[in-house]
Design a protein around this ligand. Structure first.
Ligand SMILES: O=C(O)[C@@H](CO)OP(=O)(O)O
Length: 229
């Protein structure tokens, strides 16, 4: 049996302001940083230790993992950062307040944008400052990889190769792995791991900075999962 710990970043400033975030690189709120340290303390209390960490290229996740590893006195483990674990790219919704979006577009449309597996948020154009092609950190990505918008299915298309080709081989070497990512990149991973239907994944809400333990069998099928308390 293998245990993998998944964790969504702590509360960000835009979580607090209720704004669509996606690939916008907003920082943790003060409470978000405290949540991350508390998650580290919880893992320590339960005697968790890790050999390898994985996170996105966004500071709210990078810092959350860093604070957790600091609490565990584990800052020395290798941490791999990849855009493939980034939050779902929310296109032209990024920056918009979610209540204002509901007032403008209606609750049903906003719910579809947020939780339907196949619905695309409105696109950004390539001259928009929010286009990832303008961001230095993504300069090695191909044009096809740079999103203008993304639904959950497309998020799965970029998360799953990273899981299968990069993380799974590390787990198979019996390394203990922690993955710190985002609400929707984790939903994409769990949809695949637990074979969830579109309806089931629409109801899956992942709390911030709460260690989520996945126990996997030899074939890396889920035996059970639970949040640490
Ligand atoms: O704004 C976002 O990027 C995500 C995560 O905070 O929001 P939602 O839960 O609406 O998909």
């Amino acid at each position: 049996m293998q245990k993998v710990v998944l964790i969504r970043h702590g509360e960000s400033i835009w979580n607090l302001e209720n704004r669509f975030t996606g690939w916008t690189d907003v920082d943790l709120s003060e409470e978000g940083a405290r949540q991350a340290y508390r998650a580290g303390q919880l893992l320590k209390k339960h005697d968790y230790n890790f050999d390898a960490g994985f996170t996105s290229m966004l500071k709210r996740s990078i810092k959350t993992l860093h604070y957790i590893l600091e609490e565990l006195d584990h800052l020395w483990i290798p941490v791999t950062k990849s855009w493939r674990l980034n939050e779902r790219y929310y296109g032209a919704l990024q920056g918009m307040n979610k209540d204002e979006a509901i007032a403008q577009y209606g609750i049903d449309q906003v719910h579809k944008w947020r939780r339907d597996t196949n619905e695309h948020p409105p696109v950004v154009t390539k001259d928009d400052d929010r286009y990832p092609g303008k961001d230095l950190r993504y300069r090695l990505l191909t044009e096809r990889e740079l999103p203008l918008t993304e639904n959950l299915s497309e998020t799965m298309d970029r998360v799953l190769p990273f899981w299968n080709e990069i993380i799974v081989p590390v787990i198979r070497q019996n390394q203990k792995v922690v993955i710190c990512a985002h609400g929707n990149s984790l939903r994409a991973l769990i949809k695949y791991m637990d074979n969830l239907t579109d309806e089931q994944v629409a109801d899956l809400e992942i709390p911030t900075a709460t260690p989520w333990v996945y126990e996997l069998d030899e074939g890396l099928n889920t035996i059970r999962h639970y949040y640490l308390e």
